[in-house]
Design a protein. Structure first.
Length: 357
């Protein structure tokens, strides 16, 4: 049995990854420990279907808590650490950068230091252990109209969020270079799919349309992102855990470059077809002042993971987005629950402050 410590496992990608593991591997093949601080974007409802499994355990806590990490490693023979735990919303990083420094940099250093302490014996690491740092293509900065991010692209982050993730990546890389610790870093393009917290573009759009609220679009809406269905991201991480070359960075992308305005108009079109009585249309779109340091284009070259590990995405964008919309329509109670309270007040004010007049 292999034991995974998944940090941030109650969040969007983390919860999808845990369910992916239990769907793929047989009973008693794996054990999953989910460490999550349950901040606003963490939700145990995401994992309701597997919470009673004998080989699953949830621990509420923060990766900045050194004593808690020590206790987890003492009590459990951890084989793999998959670090999803992060503050991840760019807008919040602009408003509150200190939180991102603490969680994304200090927390990552605490986590990898704990793993090193328990995996290293007389300067040698126990065979079969692995630390996966789940990062983002945003650490590379912005592209022009042509070209792609490769694993050799220089890091050039432009927001407090991406700078904190780049810093964490360099700490993890340094542990390989200095100690030969068994690590990998994955850098993925924009994810979408079930259980994504509605501060991100696609669930925010769906949520606002269902409430017939305005849909905010930064700048001219022509910023380009590469989109990947979350299950495809999970399958790539699973391959890196089992087959990735130690110390390597792997880019994970979907080859689905879309302008933000295309995403918005396409989803509105689908929703208007699926819900004919709500008058969902392009009149809901509202252009707002552009985000500070807003990168123009991201595009991933994922050829390395495809060639070395045989990975490829299974979902094209059109299939994935319809499946995603269908999930949110069938889970409106989940959407209502996660958007209740202070979240909507905070973000409504933030977007209103940016409205172009």
């Amino acid at each position: 049995m292999k034991t995974y410590l998944v940090t941030g496992g109650a969040g969007f990608i983390g919860s999808n990854f845990i369910k992916y593991l239990f769907n793929k591997y047989k009973e008693r093949e794996i054990k999953v420990i989910n460490l999550d601080n349950l901040t606003y974007a963490g939700n145990l409802e995401n994992l309701r279907e597997i919470e009673s499994k004998e080989d699953y355990k949830f621990i509420k806590g923060n990766i900045c808590d050194k004593n808690l990490l020590e206790s987890i490693f003492i009590k459990n023979d951890i084989d793999y650490v998959i670090n999803f735990a992060a503050e991840s919303h760019v807008d919040r990083s602009i408003e509150e950068p200190e939180i991102f420094v603490k969680t994304n940099i200090v927390g990552t250093q605490n986590l990898i230091d704990s793993a090193k302490k328990h995996w290293q014996i007389e300067n040698e690491f126990i065979r079969g252990k692995r630390f996966i740092q789940v990062s983002t293509d945003e650490v590379y900065g912005s592209l022009g109209n042509e070209g792609y991010f490769t694993e050799e692209t220089s890091l050039s982050p432009h927001s407090p969020y991406s700078a904190s993730k780049a810093s964490a990546d360099l700490i993890v890389k340094a542990y390989f270079d200095t100690y030969k610790m068994p690590i990998n870093i994955t850098r993925c393009s924009n994810n979408y799919g079930p259980y994504q917290f509605p501060e991100k573009l696609i669930p925010l759009l769906i949520n606002n349309c269902l409430k017939h609220n305005e849909v905010p679009i930064y700048g001219d809406g022509r910023n380009i992102r590469d989109w990947l269905y979350v299950e495809d991201h999970c399958s790539a991480i699973d391959l890196v855990v089992s087959k990735g070359r130690l110390g390597e960075v792997y880019n994970i992308g979907g080859n689905n470059e879309k302008e933000n305005i295309y995403i918005v108009e396409y989803i509105i079109k689908i929703l208007s077809y699926m819900i004919k009585d709500m008058n969902i249309n392009d009149k809901l779109i509202r252009y707002v002042k552009d985000r500070k340091g807003h990168d123009r284009r991201y595009a991933i070259d994922a050829s390395k993971i495809k060639v070395e590990l045989g990975w490829k995405p299974r979902h094209n964008f059109e299939e994935g987005i319809i499946s995603t919309i269908d999930w949110y329509l069938k889970n409106r109670n989940w959407l209502q629950n996660v958007t209740s309270g202070q979240y909507e007040k905070y973000y409504s004010k933030m977007y209103l402050d940016k409205v172009s007049r």
